[in-house]
Design a protein around this ligand. Structure first.
Ligand code: NAP
Length: 291
């Protein structure tokens, strides 16, 4: 039997708070990045029930846990347990990263960074373009704020529940001077120059392999790039439809990787070299696909 020597008295602890967390890929992602950079740290999952987030965060501080990722369903509830919040996370209205400071945890949102990197890696410039967003939930908030941040000309939000889309459009306009429009999925063909499409609903995820919020695939004829932030299955029905109609379709794994990398950089006050980041992303992609 071998002795375990990758932790000792100086090991820093990080983790993810959510429910469920059993299937989260973040422990593999974060521990892989940490090992590659020679950090003396471990990252573990913490299942936390709704209503218990503040207690968990308080306990985390007492235990000296250096940082957390926060996932469904706690990204909003956790905001009440923080001593400080990054302005971008405040605009988005949710937090997915906590960093331990002297007074408690400061909250950040790195989903927006993950999505931004996804475009940057493909040399896609959002500025001046029409961005079409499917969904108005938590992830859609990050995508909508990115459209504002990057000076898109127009943001069109499609959502099953129109009131939620209206609220999101209002929120974006409160921070950015961007034209917004709310439409139903059945009105999609009326959108002029829908160059960039971001799919943030849970339709098409997991076993829902035939699910897509866009029923008329002809719509993708005029779209240049489609990002579906789902990564299971690797290629969703929406991505298949988009590719078949000439759009470049990308799944959500890059976003997942880069939001995690951004959290890691915030916790450790470092910037990971671009080449190493791509190498790690490819390594994790191979691992994820090979499971
Ligand atoms: P959420 O807040 O619960 O929002 C879910 C969205 O999906 C809402 O807009 C909802 O519409 C829509 N929706 C659900 N079922 C639908 C249906 N049958 N028909 C039409 N619309 C439907 O969830 P979230 O946190 O934003 O996450 C959404 C997805 O993004 C999940 O698949 C998640 O895994 C993924 N995600 C990926 C990353 C990444 O790094 N790649 C990061 C975050 C999230 P209503 O408003 O009408 O209910």
């Amino acid at each position: 039997m071998n002795c375990i020597d990758f932790t000792n008295g100086k090991t820093q602890v990080f983790g993810i708070i959510g429910n469920p967390v059993e299937k989260s890929f973040s422990p593999i992602l974060q521990n892989t990045i940490a090992r590659a950079l020679g950090m003396n740290s471990v990252y573990v999952p913490f299942k936390v029930e709704k209503g218990a987030v503040a207690t968990a965060v308080k306990g985390g501080k007492e235990l000296g846990i250096k940082g957390f990722n926060v996932t469904v369903p706690h990204k909003i509830e956790v905001m009440e347990a923080l001593c400080d919040i990054d302005p971008v996370a405040e605009r988005i209205g949710s937090v997915n990263t906590l960093k331990l400071t002297e007074n408690g945890y400061k909250g950040y949102n790195t989903d927006i960074i993950g999505l931004k990197k996804c475009f940057e890696e493909r040399n896609i410039d959002i500025s001046g373009k029409t961005v079409v967003l499917a969904g108005a939930g938590g992830a859609a908030n990050s995508a909508a704020m990115l459209a504002g941040e990057e000076k898109a000309a127009k943001l069109v939000i499609l959502n099953r529940t129109k009131e939620k889309a209206e609220k999101l459009a209002e929120r974006v306009r409160a921070y950015y001077s961007i034209e917004t429009e709310v439409l139903g999925y059945d009105e999609i063909m009326s959108i002029e120059n829908p160059e960039i499409f971001v799919q943030t609903t849970s339709v098409g995820m997991g076993n829902d392999v035939d699910g897509t919020p866009v029923k008329n695939a002809e719509f993708f004829n005029n779209v240049k790039i489609v990002v579906d932030i789902i990564y299971t299955p690797w290629e969703t029905k929406l991505m298949k439809d988009a590719s078949a109609h000439g759009a470049v379709a990308v799944n959500g794994f890059d976003m997942l990787f880069y939001q995690g990398l951004a959290s890691f950089e915030i916790w450790n006050d470092i910037k990971v070299d671009k080449e190493l980041a791509v190498k790690l992303k490819n390594q994790l992609t191979d691992f994820y696909c090979g499971r």
